[in-house]
Design a protein. Structure first.
Lengths: 141, 499
């Protein structure tokens, strides 16, 4: 699959920026618009862009992990945020917050862990769909 | 009481672990078995706790009801969770030798677990919108399980199943919206009190009919059941067994829950509709079965006619009637799943579900004939098996309320059920094997596979017999549950946190 030189070069610069932006959106969530779902979609768009410019196989190599593992880790991170309360002797899904206020981010709590889980889950599912569709496309060509 | 959420968390946890083991199918199999065994133990624990300590509830995230989501387990919920865990466990055993490698490698086991998660969630939740969410979890998993493998038949059945269930979900969602607009709450216990304050409002009747249509489609009652016989015979046998056992019964459970806890205001009007629907469901289901010549299609139509009995118990709306419905649920899930298991076994032996091409099985494997007879006769209602007692309770409840016509029809349907079961018996076991398909053997089966395919069947058959002989205990549980359902004050107080 051939694509333009401009796109290839631009992607190389855009990829880290988009990923950073997705992380910013993830952390911005909870109190302001943002969160794991949109963050995950933005991160997936970064890899999708790379898949368009360089081909799917390179994008998969760049990702290094199988999207299914991303889905599974996302789910387990989200689940652990709920189980945290259970091991603390409280009701499932109870939220806990740190006393200490971190610079920039603010207080960190279990909802953030849940959001990180969502982030990976959405990233994994979006990439799984994009990769399998794109692979089919390449096979046809 | 975090124990209540465990039947939901455990299948999810195991599904996730299986996702990590995506490429290692034999590991997934073992995980599935271990997971369902742990689930079974947890459900037994939950059941005994509920029996000894009464209704249990959990406010998720410590958000107080009615603002947060509540999980609540009364006897009905915990019995249903227990039975669904038994079915999950037997299906895990049965899948070992009946599901093909291709389906296994495309996520059969994780999907099975998310399906169980959805079913258990629906049984345990105390919030109407949350119930909707669990229904969706269950449906999405079942859509994929139904079409997994992608044969032409499966896709055709899948489309019908998908479309009708989508309509049902739309009705459900519309009803939930209207209910929230009217009362300002979606917590079932809270609704139960608030809806009485709304008075004799026409809108409540509309909402209740919406719920009736939505749950009616999901539990396959009279005019809305067409998706069931056109889809349940298409997937591989363990999938159709778990569908046949559990999915429609989640609809029945929701009907019982909503129409005893929430919609009791204009019950005269509602119970009449439910009774009429029940009668037509029984009759059309059993006639449909009589006209079929394929094992799983016959059994699918019988699900419909049996749903009629459960709905009839609800429609009678007395303690005995609802106790009968609960008893029927317990009996039916076990028996129906077992019949589908045996259907799958017959197909493994002779390669087909068509009655015309089957035959002579009794001569070669009389033991399979016996194993078939136990659930089949139980389904038809022959004493002393569980089905007899289930029907007896419902008929007695009907006689007490002088619904003679309904009772007569239900007995007539029972007779036709016996006819269908004898038809399968005659064609599959009794008549000589047809010439073009004489081969009956276990030649593809290693010993361990044989054990794996027989053990769930034997287990469920023993369970049927046990229910039949310890009817007193099971009836006590059903009766207690019916009392709880008709006087839900304990449930409401527990969920809303008042003591």
């Amino acid at each position: 699959m051939r694509s333009s030189l401009i796109l290839c070069t631009a992607t190389r610069f855009l990829l880290p920026i988009i990923l950073m932006f997705s992380f910013f959106i993830l952390l911005r969530g909870h109190n302001e618009p943002g969160g794991g779902f949109i963050g995950g979609l933005v991160a997936a768009s970064a890899f999708a862009l790379y898949a368009i410019s360089h081909g799917v196989t390179y994008a998969q190599q760049l990702l290094k992990v199988n999207p299914i593992n991303l889905i599974a880790s996302g789910l387990i991170i989200a689940l652990s945020s709920g189980l945290f309360a259970v091991f603390n002797g409280s009701n499932f899904m109870q939220g806990y917050w740190s006393e200490f206020k971190f610079p920039v981010i603010g207080k960190i709590g279990t909802p953030l862990i849940f959001d990180i889980g969502v982030y990976f889950l959405v990233l994994g599912i979006a990439l799984l769909i994009i990769f399998s569709l794109a692979e089919e496309e390449e096979e046809i060509q | 009481m975090n124990l209540i959420v465990l039947p939901v968390i455990l299948p999810l946890l195991f599904a996730v672990i299986m996702l990590f083991a995506w490429k290692y199918i034999s590991l997934q199999r073992i995980l599935n078995l271990v997971g369902s065994l742990i689930l079974l133990i947890v459900s037994v624990l939950l059941f005994t706790t509920v029996l000894s300590d009464g209704v249990q509830s959990l406010h998720l995230g410590n958000w107080k009801a009615p603002f947060g989501i509540v999980f609540a387990a009364d006897i009905l919920s915990s019995v249903m969770v227990l039975i669904s865990s038994i079915i999950a466990f037997t299906t895990a055993l049965y899948s070992f030798s009946t599901i093909d490698n291709e389906r296994e490698s495309f996520g059969y086991y994780p999907l099975l677990n998310t399906l169980i998660m959805g079913i258990n969630g629906a049984f345990l939740t105390g919030d109407v919108f949350n119930l909707y969410v669990w229904f969706e979890v269950m449906l999405i998993s079942s859509f994929v399980l139904l079409v997994l493998g992608g044969t032409r038949n499966q896709l055709e059945g899948g489309i019908k199943y998908f479309t009708l269930n989508l309509i049902s979900s739309a009705f459900f969602l519309a009803a939930v919206g209207l209910l929230y607009g009217l009362t300002g709450t979606l917590n079932m216990a809270d609704l139960s009190e608030k809806i009485k304050l709304a008075g004799d409002n026409g809108l409540i009747t509309v909402i209740s009919i919406f719920f009736l249509i939505s749950f009616g489609i999901k539990s396959a009652v009279f005019p809305l059941y067409f998706w069931l016989p056109s889809s349940y015979h298409t997937p591989p046998s363990p999938v159709s067994a778990i569908f046949a056992g559990l999915l429609t019964k989640v609809g029945v459970y929701s009907l019982i829950r909503m129409f005893t806890l929430v919609f009791t205001v204009n019950s005269e009007f509602l119970t009449n509709i439910i009774l009429i629907v029940a009668v037509f469901t029984m009759v059309t289901g059993v006639f449909g079965a009589a006209s079929q010549n394929e094992i799983r299609k016959i059994l699918s139509f019988h699900i419909i006619s049996q749903i009629g009995y459960m709905i009839m118990g609800l429609g009678l709306y007395s303690v005995l009637g609802i106790a009968g419905a609960v008893f029927y649920l317990i009996h039916h899930i076990i028996v129906k799943t077992n019949l589908f298991f045996i259907g799958g076994l017959i197909q493994k032996l002779q390669g087909t579900y068509e009655l015309k091409k089957l035959g002579g099985l009794y001569k070669v494997y009389p033991i399979i004939g016996l194993l078939f007879l136990i659930p089949a006769l139980s389904l038809a209602g022959i004493p002393p098996l569980s089905g007899f007692w289930a029907k007896f309770l419902i008929v007695k409840a009907g006689l007490e309320l002088q619904e003679i016509l309904v009772v007569v029809i239900s007995l007539f349907v029972s007779l036709l059920t016996l006819f269908s079961m004898t038809k399968i018996w005659n064609e599959v076991f009794w008549k000589p094997a047809p010439k073009d398909n004489p081969e009956i053997s276990f030649k593809h089966f290693t010993l361990s596979k044989k054990i794996m395919i027989f053990s769930p069947i034997v287990f469920l058959a023993i369970l049927t017999v046990i229910i039949g002989f310890s009817v007193e205990e099971v009836f006590q549980i059903a009766n207690q549950s019916a009392n709880e359902l008709l006087n839900p004050i304990n449930y409401i107080n527990k969920v809303l946190g008042r003591f």
